[in-house]
Structures are given as C-alpha cells and as structure tokens.
Design a protein around this ligand. Structure first.
Ligand code: ASP
Length: 322
C-alpha cells in the first residue's frame, strides 16, 4: 500500500513538473557547423517553435563525424525536453556507414515529427573551367586523381550524394570533410576545393548570385524555385535514376515524457503552418512537410524505411569508418 502511494505521488510530482514545460530555454542541437543548411532550417524553425512553446529556443552547433557526434550528445542527454536534436537524412544513412555507432537510431530517440524535404545541387568552385555538366564530366576525367570533393563528413547528406555521384561516374575523388557545409562553402568559394553536392537551402543564393558553378539538381524533376528552375537534373544528363532528396526532422532523447513529446509535436505542427516559415523555406527550394510524417509514429516509420532503402546502396558503394 505504502509503495503504491509513493509511486502515485512520484507520478503526480512528475506530471506537475512537466505540466509547466517548458519553463526555461530549450536547446536544439544541430549536428553540423553554423551557417550551413541544417543550421539555417533550425534557426528559422527555432524562432517560430519558440513562439508556439512560449520559450526561447537556443541553437547549439555540435559538428563532426557526419552528424553522429551531435546526435550522440542528444541521445545521452537528460530526457526532459530541454535538449532536442534537429537532424537530416544522416539519421538513416549513418548506420550503414559506421561499423560502430554511438547510438541506436530507432531505439535511442523519441520521434517528434518531420520538418521539410530539400533537393540537392551539384556545384563547383567559381574558377572551375567547366561551365555545364557535360564539360564537368570531361574535366573530371581529365583531372583524375587531382579532384577534391568537399563534404560534411561520413554520414552527411553531402557525403551520401558525393558517394553516389562518384559511384555513378566510376571516378574516385579525394573527399575533404568539414564540420558542416557552411565552412565547406567558404572553401569552395575560395577555390580550396573543387566540387560539392549540397542542399539548395545552402546553395541557391550562391547559384543565383553566380558565385559558384552550378551543374545539376539531384532530384528526378527540375525544381520550381525561380532561382533554380533552369538547372537540369542529373537524371536527364546521363545519370539515369539519380535521385537524392534530403529531409530534416526533430528528435528528443529516449524516455522524454509523453506529455512533453506531445507538446513539442503540437508546437512543431503549428510552426509548419506558419506562412512566414513556409515562404522562407520555399524561397530556398525546400518543401515543408504537410502529410502524416509530421506526427511521431509516421516519422519513425519513415526513418525505418529510409534505413532499409539506403543501407544496401551505401554498402554497395563501400565506404566505411570505424
Ligand atoms: N549539408 C550538410 C550535409 O552535407 C550538413 C550541414 O552543414 O548542414 O549533410
């Protein structure tokens, strides 16, 4: 009887504590450097999510190891709703790339809902002599062994896209890993690296301003965003079936109380309907998710399907880290 009462009191105390959630700022960990595409999504979402939760949302950049360092930090954080993770497709591709993972994608997190889908673009340094995709392929073949391909580390979206590109062309390149494609873009603009594949949320303004060479989009259909509408697909330029699109989503450490998960999910769903947020995303080529994947269950089901989809392709391409 006494034990039952103690347990009931403990539950009551926990419920009361979480009824106040959030009573202090929430940290959203971005597992890549500031200034890149994942960071941009998080900063835009953070403002509107904060409005709906009536609390400040702080963005913390924990870059390195293709996003796995930041994700591991959140997996090990206190499950109280004050440390969340905003990550992309790397949640589903990393397990196939690392022999040892610092967390279990499907069992170490609460799934808070998906945010957007973002196409990628293949771009080159401004001084690269190739002005279109056909010229790029010729240039890559003529410069075998000397090409530097920037990415955000093993497990990053840029890594996945670059890996599939190299495999499709049967060309090896030297991959140069950064903590995010924000700093990688700085080096590409400065000519320290040759090419990169990255989300339109990071590349569209550079493409529009003519600051980088743009060769292709990685989706099956051309994009509708005016700045990118003229860019042909890789599929239409010889790489049949090449189709890489990136998604972003929100997570909490496993064990975060259901009431908190529900509160954040509700705030996320309301944020995804915010006209200003939608406009900002669309201008950068991203599409805000409106289907069932904005809910926890569908989000988790989708990530499981993505793990099953990408695992064999990545293993066939054969690049691992320990
Ligand atoms: N776009 C990066 C990637 O390749 C990550 C980032 O810096 O946001 O995964």
């Amino acid at each position: 009887m006494k034990r039952l009462l103690t347990a009931a009191l403990a539950t009551l105390a926990a419920t009361a504590a979480f009824a106040e959630y959030p009573d202090h700022p929430i940290t959203v960990v971005v597992p890549f450097a500031a200034g890149g595409p994942t960071d941009k999504v998080a900063r835009d979402l953070g403002v509107v999510l904060g409005q709906h939760l009536k609390q400040t949302v702080i963005i913390e950049n924990v870059g390195g190891a293709g996003g796995t360092l930041g994700a591991a930090k959140v997996a090990k954080a206190s499950p109280d709703g004050y440390t969340l993770l905003l990550h992309h497709i790397g949640m589903a591709t990393s397990p196939a790339l690392y022999r040892k993972m610092p967390y279990e994608t499907l069992s170490d997190f609460e799934y808070l809902g998906m945010i957007n889908e973002v196409p990628m673009t293949l771009i080159g340094r401004p001084t690269l002599p190739a002005n279109n995709y056909a010229e790029l392929v010729k240039w890559l073949e003529a410069n075998k062994g000397k090409i530097n391909l920037a990415n955000a580390g093993l497990g990053a979206a840029s890594h996945l896209c670059g890996l599939l590109f190299m495999q499709s062309l049967k060309l090896d390149m030297t991959t140069v890993p950064y903590k995010g494609t924000g700093p990688a873009m700085t080096d590409l603009l400065g000519g320290q690296v040759d090419i990169m594949c990255d989300q339109t949320t990071n590349t569209s303004s550079q493409i529009e301003g003519g600051k980088v060479k743009a060769y292709a989009v990685t989706t099956m259909a051309p994009l509708k965003t005016p700045a990118l509408a003229k860019l042909p697909t890789l599929d239409s330029q010889g790489l049949k079936g090449f189709n890489v699109s990136i998604w972003h989503a929100l997570y909490a450490p496993k064990g975060t109380p259901a009431a908190v998960v529900e509160k954040v999910n509700k705030a996320l769903q309301a944020s995804l309907k915010d006209a200003d947020f939608i406009k900002k995303q669309e201008a950068l080529g991203a599409v805000v998710i409106t289907d069932g994947r904005v809910g926890s269950a569908e989000h988790k089901k989708f990530v499981a399907a993505e793990i099953a989809k990408w695992g064999p392709a990545i293993k066939a391409a054969g690049q691992y880290a320990d």
